[in-house]
Design a protein around this ligand. Structure first.
Ligand code: PLP
Length: 471
């Protein structure tokens, strides 16, 4: 499989180079040159198979012969052995024909683990092939950073630096990042917002000499490997509820459009998905874009579902690329408008194409809290605020009651304990293995919101700069 950039200018890459490159050098995102199709018989054959077996069949076409079947199988088995549920991503029934797909049974209690655990192993494999070392730098509002640190800790060929906004991540999120003792893990807290963190990382990627000096790589959801790994659970969930003989719909709590784009890819690969529901909180740029045709950025409003407090949804560019017939020059034009004037209009034909697949709505704070409450009252099980946004939107946009509606459960309620307890009066409990996290020693560096200072910090610690490979 070859990978092309959504802006049409950067060189085509193979799977491993696309994985290690992250952001394309023309500013675009890498996507497979074509979407592989699975036959109805192959999809039907997923019934009764394990998560790892299905993952192998879904992922294999994308890695394009760069990893042997046996090696891929071993990596997948190791990645998902870190989950504390045998099914990896179990379905829980919450209504007549309504389900929650629990994606939070991994090491850091959010769905980011599903992709990050396999991504780290794919990175290791690619770096061994090439005899190289890399420096990962990422910005986080909490979940990506903790999942990435857990997945990449202790790996020989990789140093990881995660930048978070000081005081603006939950205590559990911060401690999941800062209590990891491995020497290749570096936490940076800056005085600023999550957007400031993202801007710093973006500036590092746009500085080609820094990028080359430290061997910069990214693991946020612009990395194709993350989207790829997330395609798998759309298949396992749909097949468990009767696909391909029966259609299903998904409601996806959405921020950066990575998770729901994986659902779109599953549909392109042949999975009969009726509709994908884009569920946003009051930071509703995507819901507005799909409902009005205008993608206009505003300012971010903090909510109780902070992992979706986002104004620029990077992965939306991958959808635009397909909507515009894979013409990189059209995507480049829209992205230039976005940069110059803070927004762009989606063409009529392109919008119609999007609406054939996606529906969108937002849930405000009151609706999210009401859903936290009603869901607990109805089922006796606590959910997290992001999942609540998904369920609220699923109720709002529910079409044909005969089509199963699957809401993605993106985080464990204990990861966002304060708003869950406030809404329900019940404090969610951390799993046993994490019960002592509040007592473990923390390690982090406070730095100013200053690009030069952060670059110096990274240069001084990245083993790409301080060691010779093999020395
Ligand atoms: C990251 C995250 C989301 C949003 O996912 P995207 O892929 O950015 O759309 C939703 N819920 C939780 C808990 C998350 O961590």
């Amino acid at each position: 499989m070859k990978y092309v950039s959504t802006r049409g200018e950067a060189p085509e890459l193979d799977f491993e180079d696309a994985l290690l490159t992250g952001l394309a050098r023309d500013g675009g995102l890498y996507v497979p040159a074509v979407w592989p199709r699975l036959s109805e018989a192959q999809i039907a054959g997923f019934a009764g198979k394990s998560y790892v077996e299905v993952a192998q069949e879904v992922i294999e076409p994308f890695v394009g012969g760069m990893i042997s079947s046996a090696e891929l199988r071993a990596m997948l088995a190791q990645a998902y052995a870190t989950f504390d549920h045998r099914a990896v991503a179990p379905l829980r029934q919450v209504g007549d024909n309504d389900w929650v797909l629990e994606l939070f049974h991994g090491p850091t209690l959010a769905f980011k683990d599903v992709a990050m655990q396999i991504l780290a192993r794919l990175f290791d494999h690619a770096l061994k092939d090439k005899g190289r070392r890399l420096t990962i730098v990422g910005a986080t509002s909490g979940d990506t950073g903790s999942a990435a640190i857990e997945a990449f800790r202790g790996r020989d060929a990789i140093d990881i630096f995660i930048i978070h906004p000081k005081g603006r991540v939950s205590e559990v999120q911060r401690r999941q990042m800062t209590t990891v003792p491995d020497a290749n893990v570096h936490n940076i807290a800056i005085d600023g917002s999550f957007d400031d963190c993202q801007a710093l990382v973006k500036a590092m990627f746009n500085d080609m000499s820094f990028r080359d000096d430290v061997g910069l790589a990214g693991v946020n959801s612009i990395n194709w490997g993350r989207v790829m790994a997330q395609i798998v659970y759309y298949f396992t969930a749909a097949v468990a509820l009767g696909a391909p003989a029966r259609k299903v719909s998904f409601s996806v709590p959405t921020g950066n459009f990575g998770d729901i784009f994986a659902g779109y890819v599953a549909r392109e690969m042949g999975l009969p998905i009726e509709k994908l529901l884009v569920a946003t909180n009051v930071n509703d740029i995507l819901a507005r874009a799909l409902n009005t045709g205008r993608y206009d950025t505003g300012s971010v409003t903090p909510t109780i579902s902070p992992s979706m407090d986002i104004q620029v949804s990077s992965n939306f560019e991958r959808l635009l690329f397909d909507l515009y017939g894979r013409k990189g020059e059209d995507v480049t034009r829209l992205m230039q408008q976005l940069q110059q004037s803070g927004g762009f209009g989606i063409g009529e034909a392109e919008l119609a194409k999007a609406r054939a697949c996606f529906l969108a709505a937002s849930a405000d704070e009151a609706a999210t809290k009401a859903t936290l409450q009603s869901s607990f009252a109805d089922t006796g099980t606590l959910i997290d605020p992001h999942t609540a946004v998904g369920l609220a939107v699923a109720q709002k946009l529910r079409g044909d009651a005969a089509i199963p509606m699957i809401t993605l459960g993106t985080a464990h309620p204990a990861k966002f304990a304060a708003p869950v307890e406030a809404a329900t009066g019940v404090a969610p409990q951390l799993p046993e293995r994490m019960a002592d996290i509040l007592d473990r020693e923390e390690r982090l560096e406070d730095l100013p919101n200053d690009l030069a200072a952060i670059k110096d910090f990274i240069r001084a610690r990245s083993r790409v700069c301080t060691d010779e490979m093999g020395a």
